[in-house]
Design a protein around this ligand. Structure first.
Ligand SMILES: [Zn+2]
Length: 623
């Protein structure tokens, strides 16, 4: 009885969720025609971005707050205040998120994200604050109105775990209104927010990204034998989906079971039982169907694919391997807690998700091919957790959310390709590209911005395909170090072009900036522009001389250099766009020639160098 009531409630709630969350990360599986909706004004609003815009003497959050109050026009005046929300430290600097308040109440998504290097130089700043001239008209909704709305969603009060209500100002497009924001978290793990106006109307809905840390840890790791798909049975068999390589309702097809590989996993040993728990992953049961995580009395977790333990082990293995990989790159505060993983969830749907609340968790459905049988699905969802960890509370806005999908797709594809490159361009190779859904690709020729479709899954291909090109050119570790460092800088409502600038800035920080040209090249080819993208240090074919640090020159922070392979004697000159010679200088027996950006106005310049061996020209830009 209890159960059947519960079921009815679940289906009502799922209908509600589907209704209000058509574009959320509940589904990485969106085929053509899905994933689009008319975006709300708060989602299409663009952050005002600036790069390399100055320096703050002290990186302490209180100092930074004072800086923001004086530097950002929308924060000036007695009605405004600023509140510190989040902070992260990355390899190269600090990343702070602040909120704009008006007359003591928050403005919904009125935030500033500021990224500093360790010396306090402002690497980037993303301003989402609002300009308010007159007090928004109307009054704040009554708390009773909020509860009426909640009751219309949840007939059973017991199903609600947490309700949070706050008054704030909300952007309706042309104007701000007083509104109430409601956070709802229920027993099924749904966590979402509603914004209502004074007329009891829901004006906005979204899933929520907050998390409370989970303190369950253990300290005994024991090696155990396990069997996994690595990354998936089609890739290792070198075949495409079709008999006998098909789901067959999760049956023990011998050809599929033969694709399992034996691996060693570190598991926990507690009270005479081996459990799939590590410092960074905890197999859990937080979502229906109610399947208890597999445990073992011996250090042996070898299952066939029809057994529930197989998906538990598969998810556990790939998440731990991926976390170890991120740590090996030197990132020590990314998903630095045991993420909860339910390999049999989503009410049996052909779907998976990441949720930051009530504690960060991954949930994999079993419709079609079991999602946790495919490393691409596991790592895509884990990618959302990585992104949330690097830049909490910033996955909002139409291009920003597409970027999060793209990062997950890229992580999945690059991971799979590093294991086995068969059909690498297909992601969700086993879970998708079959009778159940189409999967996605990371080898798209889509160009920015004209191929944007306001569809986060289709738009994601622009970024994931670019990252795959960069990875192929400079290697996976170098590409991932640059990307993950850039991810700390992400902010609400940024464009993919802003993210491209962050990626290029990040490239300058590692490996003596040797990958800047390559990263710039692929971003430029894809249609991204500004912030030094497309300034080509095109040294191909010339072995006598190389131009380096044209980015530093563009920023005005350091000299561009012409580096010679052997001592050269000759003359270098700099010419502006009108053909005027800015200077002409000779040098003798030199291995390099430096061109300082000092005292030069913004614009395009040409440098010509002529020596006893060669004559070359390069374009330079000063911002
Ligand atoms: Zn996703």
């Amino acid at each position: 009885m209890q159960k059947s009531n519960d079921r009815k409630f679940v289906s009502a709630l799922i209908a509600f969720i589907v209704l209000i969350f058509p574009i959320l990360s509940f589904g990485q599986k969106i085929n053509d025609g899905m994933g689009s909706r008319l975006p709300h004004p708060v989602d299409v609003r663009k952050a005002v971005s600036s790069f390399n815009s100055g320096k703050i003497e002290n990186t302490d959050t209180a100092f930074v707050k004072e800086y923001l109050l004086s530097a950002i026009p929308n924060l000036r005046g007695a009605d405004f205040s600023v509140e510190y929300l989040e902070g992260k430290q990355s390899k190269t600097g600090f990343h702070y998120l602040y909120r704009q308040n008006y007359q003591g109440k928050p403005i919904y998504r009125g935030t500033v994200k500021i990224n500093l290097d360790k010396s306090g130089n402002i690497i980037s700043l993303f301003d989402n604050t609002y300009h308010i001239v007159e007090t928004p008209a109307g009054k704040f909704p009554d708390t009773d109105d909020c509860y009426d709305i909640i009751k219309s969603i949840y007939q059973e009060e017991n199903d609600i775990v947490k309700i949070f209500i706050e008054d704030l100002y909300f952007d309706l497009g042309p104007r701000l209104i007083p509104a109430s924001r409601i956070e709802l978290w229920d027993k099924k793990g749904n966590f979402f927010e509603l914004v209502i106006n004074d007329e009891q109307m829901i004006v906005y809905e979204r899933d929520m990204n907050n998390y409370f840390n989970n303190n369950r840890v253990h300290d005994v790791d024991t090696p155990a034998l396990a069997r996994v798909f690595n990354p998936d049975p089609l890739t290792t068999a070198g075949v495409t989906y079709g008999t006998p390589y098909e789901d067959a309702s999760d049956a023990d097809i011998s050809q599929l079971n033969m694709q399992r590989q034996q691996v060693t996993i570190d598991v926990a040993f507690e009270n005479d039982t081996f459990k799939l728990e590590s410092l960074y992953c905890l197999i859990n049961n937080h979502s229906i169907p109610d399947i208890v995580p597999v445990t073992s009395l011996t250090p042996d977790f070898q299952f066939t694919r029809s057994q529930d333990g197989f998906e538990d082990v598969n998810a556990f293995y790939h998440i731990n391997v991926y976390h170890d990989y991120i740590q090996s790159l030197g990132f020590n505060n990314i998903v630095d807690y045991p993420i909860l993983v339910d390999a049999h969830g989503m009410g049996g749907a052909d779907n998976s998700n990441f949720s930051s609340t009530p504690s960060p968790r991954l949930t994999f459905g079993e419709g079609g091919v079991d999602d946790a049988e495919d490393a691409d699905v596991i790592i895509h969802e884990y990618g959302h957790a990585i992104s949330y960890s690097a830049a909490p509370s910033t996955n909002q806005g139409i291009e920003r959310t597409a970027l999060d999908e793209a990062i997950g797709d890229y992580f999945a594809a690059s991971y799979s390709k590093s294991i086995n490159s068969f059909n690498w361009e297909k992601i969700f190779s086993w879970d998708g590209h079959n009778e159940f859904w189409n999967g996605r690709v990371v080898e798209s020729s889509k160009h920015y911005p004209e191929d944007l479709q306001s569809n986060l899954y289709k738009d994601a291909e622009i970024w994931s395909s670019t990252m795959m090109q960069i990875m192929d050119a400079i290697g996976r570790e170098a590409a991932d170090e640059i990307l993950i460092e850039a991810m700390y800088n992400l902010a609400t409502n940024i464009t993919m072009n802003d993210a491209a600038c962050l990626l290029l800035q990040s490239a300058q920080s590692f490996n003596s900036a040797q990958h800047v040209y390559t990263v710039s090249y692929f971003l430029d080819q894809r249609g991204f522009s500004g912030c030094g993208i497309g300034i080509h240090e095109n040294n191909t074919g010339n072995t006598d001389v190389r131009l380096i640090n044209s980015i530093g020159f563009a920023e005005g922070s350091s000299s561009a250099e012409l580096r010679f392979n052997s001592p050269q004697t000759g003359i270098a000159e700099l010419i502006d766009v009108t053909g005027r010679i800015i200077f002409s200088e000779s040098f003798s027996g030199s291995l390099e020639y430096k061109i300082s950006p000092k005292n030069l106005s913004s614009g395009i310049y040409l440098t010509n160098v002529t020596t006893q061996n060669f004559s070359s020209s390069y374009k330079l830009m000063k911002w």
